[in-house]
Design a protein around this ligand. Structure first.
Ligand code: SAM
Length: 273
């Protein structure tokens, strides 16, 4: 659209303040608890068996046990995460500790028997998995008929230019294909799992964390400082840490710009009545 001097310097200034005030109003973004709400709606019985794939330090394994009385096995390929999760387990009340355990494993190697699991929970992990089709096939193997997958991940959108994606994904350990929604859809389709729901969160979690604690604006300020005086930070923390911090800041900003988007997948193994 060609610019119009009259519009820019006469019409627009008359509405600018009202427009900004409107944008100060929240669009009521959904927050990360929406994922727990999805689990609530599955109506799992207490003591149902869950695998938290890529559990990290176990935050959600404990929440699933606490909120719903589920028995949760957290698995992760990183020993440090398992050690930290087990440390937390030592400090929680026995009622919860007895429901949660941690073992080494990965999305393509879940250490449980066939058809033994009611829910696979996989939050913010799939972008690191080289072959998502193998992961979904593994989820289908361990789920009992009628069991569910609740997954959350960030995906790239058409707004993310190729060169930006190449740099960002290399630094953040993201397998480019595994952040491609079309690749994920195909991987799910060949796994035999049924799609119950696909929820496009777009920038909602980013907006929510900005509204709560200014997460994205802090990342933007850090990004400006990193770019203006790279040598200062490289000298103090090293080149590798500099790149990861730069990538993390860009990640938060891209989430707000719509270059990255949140997505929830609710899947079901057919059968089971
Ligand atoms: C961003 S963290 C998310 C942790 C946790 N799920 C959460 O939502 O807080 C990604 C986790 O995935 C784990 N991970 C990386 N590659 C994995 C793989 N191939 N299979 C399973 N987990 C993996 C990492 O060790 C890390 O704990």
């Amino acid at each position: 659209m060609a610019w119009d001097r009259e519009f820019l310097y006469d019409t627009y200034p008359r509405i600018e303040e009202a427009f900004s005030a409107r944008l100060d109003e929240s669009l009521a973004p959904r927050d990360p608890s929406v994922l727990l709400q999805v689990v609530r709606e599955l109506g799992l019985r207490p003591d149902s068996r869950v695998v938290d794939v890529g559990c990290g330090e176990g935050t959600y394994a404990f929440r699933l046990a606490t909120h719903f009385g589920l028995r949760v096995l957290g698995i992760d390929p990183v020993q440090r995460h398992l050690d930290l999760a087990r440390e937390v387990r030592r400090d929680v009340v026995p009622e919860i500790a007895s429901r949660v355990s941690f073992e080494r494993g990965s999305a393509t190697r879940v250490p449980t028997a066939d058809a033994s699991i009611d829910l696979v929970w996989c939050r913010d992990v799939m972008v690191h998995v080289a072959h998502p089709e193998d992961a979904y096939a593994e989820f289908a193997r361990v789920l009992r008929p009628g069991g569910h997958v609740v997954g959350y991940q960030v995906v790239a959108t058409d707004l993310l230019p190729r060169e930006e994606a190449d740099w960002l994904f290399a630094v953040m350990g993201v397998v480019p294909d595994s952040a491609d929604p079309a690749v994920l859809d195909r991987a799910i389709a060949v796994s035999g799992l049924e799609v119950v729901d696909t929820i496009d969160l777009a920038s909602e979690w980013g907006e929510w964390s900005e509204e709560q604690e200014g997460r994205a604006s802090r990342a933007l300020l850090h990004l400006a400082r990193l770019l203006r005086e790279p040598e200062r930070y490289r000298a103090e923390f090293g080149d590798e840490a500099y790149d990861v911090m730069l990538g993390d800041c860009r990640w938060h900003v891209h989430r707000m710009e719509g270059k990255l988007a949140g997505r929830i997948d609710v899947l079901r193994r057919p059968g089971g009545g």
